[in-house]
Design a binder for this molecule. Structure first.
Ligand code: ZN
Length: 462
């Protein structure tokens, strides 16, 4: 049998990638949350029931009905099986729309991920526990294997070569898959305009070298040409902060968006302000810095980065108000508190990890006209599914000035097509896009064929 690919998530959708490769054995590339499918039936207040999690998700089409794929406690009996459905699941990077449902898988299906991805997922889990869908349950027998660029591993008779790519979360990977019948590659999520665009180029070159014939390619922004870079973000923020004068500056940066955090730290330095970062950001910096990874992490030890110790619980900074990881951070890092920021507004840039933290500004009382910069770039992750109208009301109430300054984690259509032309695969399968048909239009004059995936329908690859 040749290689067959079935896109169970990410076909005509942004995110929720679940791509099954079959050739004798079976491997899933990513097992993420499709937010649009999930939000059609569920919300904060209408949740799947913990005792029938898989059943409720399968019923609503949020995850595919495949026998032997899920842990059996919450799956309906017709999906139980003696043998596991898949031999392995490989996670490309630490975004929920790529890994978020992997915790539902049978514990005897091994999960592979980048070394840095594991650090990030564990850190995230510590601060925002994923109660029912955890990948790291303490007593679980689940095997988690980690990889780095340069490693080669085998699963289901196929050889996998992960290669780093640039995206809005560190430790993002593309994968080259050597199957018996041919070579396929999967981009994961990529950009070619980020601070580490050289890594995306490494992946492209590896694809050329390995003679990739089929490319499963992301197309989040296939219909866009704009390419604002991280440097543009820095310039945009500098323009705003430069005019802020005595006012406080606040910036919202996604907890996992390490590159953006670094940009904000740079902007603080450019403007002689001190960054007062959220406990969440500090936690991620600490974990990444503490692991032996090939990632340069800014140090919090030299007092140039302060941790904003927010008031919680009783509001009196009592130790019992803080979760364990927060208390540990507060003890080991230089911190700054509300009153200091309130009285010296021009000295600081507040870095919030989510827009909802705007409520903390209510007691800091920023001077009228203080800039509030939303700098989140991934509208597909759960933490950023926010109720924007409420945030705007708060901005108005606190007399702040709203700005949106960001650069996408995804390559523009122009770059995606350039990448395809460099790799010259025989065929591409567009995923993670609402406009797969645009690929066909843009590649009309090329030799590369476009296979438009339909959810759950197998494509014969080789
Ligand atoms: Zn992503």
């Amino acid at each position: 049998m040749g290689l067959r690919a079935t896109v169970y998530g990410g076909a005509g959708r942004i995110g929720g990638n679940k791509i099954l490769l079959e050739e004798g054995g079976r491997v899933f590339l990513d097992f993420g949350v499709d937010f649009s499918a999930r939000n059609a039936y569920f919300s904060m207040f209408l949740r799947p029931r913990s005792f029938s999690l898989v059943e409720d998700y399968v019923l609503t089409g949020v995850i595919p009905a495949l026998k032997g794929l899920y842990g059996e406690e919450t799956a309906p009996t017709y999906l139980h099986s003696k043998t596991p459905f898949a031999d392995a699941v490989i996670i490309s990077h630490a975004h929920l729309d790529h890994y978020g449902h992997a915790g539902l898988l049978r514990p005897d299906i091994p999960v592979y991920m980048g070394e840095g991805t594991k650090v990030l997922l564990e850190a995230r889990e510590e601060v925002r526990p994923n109660r029912n869908e955890s990948l790291f349950e303490e007593d679980s027998e689940r095997e988690i294997h980690v990889f780095r660029t340069g490693d080669v591993f085998e699963a289901a008779g196929m050889k996998f070569k992960p290669v780093h790519v640039d995206h809005s979360v560190p430790a993002s990977y593309g994968l080259i898959v050597e199957a018996g019948s041919g070579v396929l590659a999967y981009t994961g999520d990529i950009r070619a305009h980020g601070p580490r665009k050289d890594m995306t180029q490494d992946f492209v070159e590896a694809c050329v070298k390995e003679g990739v014939e089929t490319l499963v390619v992301e197309g989040t922004r296939i219909d866009e040409t704009e390419n604002r870079s991280e440097d543009d973000v820095r310039a945009g923020m500098n323009a705003v902060v430069g005019k802020a004068g005595d006012r406080l500056v606040s910036v919202v940066v996604g907890m996992m968006d390490f590159d953006r955090l670094r940009t904000v730290l740079q902007v603080a330095e450019d403007n002689d302000r001190l960054p007062a970062i959220s406990l969440h950001h500090a936690h991620i910096l600490n974990k990444l810095g503490g692991a032996n990874l090939r990632i340069k992490v800014p140090s919090m030890r030299d007092d140039k980065i302060l941790v904003y110790l927010e008031r919680r619980g009783s509001g009196t900074y009592a130790k019992s108000d803080y979760q364990k990881w927060m208390a540990a951070l507060a003890e080991s890092s230089p911190t700054v508190k509300e009153e200091e920021v309130r009285t010296n507004q021009s000295k600081y840039i507040m870095v919030l990890s989510k827009s909802e933290d705007i409520i903390d500004l209510a007691s800091i009382k920023p001077a009228a006209g203080s800039p509030f910069i939303l700098s989140t770039s991934e509208p597909h992750s759960e933490e950023q599914v926010i109720e924007m109208d409420k945030i705007k009301n708060w901005v108005e109430l606190l007399q702040l000035r709203y700005h949106h300054i960001h650069s996408s984690g995804h390559a523009s259509g122009t770059h995606i097509i350039k990448t395809i032309k460099q790799i010259q695969p025989r065929q591409v399968i567009p995923v993670h896009t609402e406009h797969p048909e645009v690929f066909a239009k843009l590649l009309e004059c090329e030799k590369t064929k476009v296979l438009i995936p339909r959810s759950g329908e197998p494509l014969e690859i080789f």
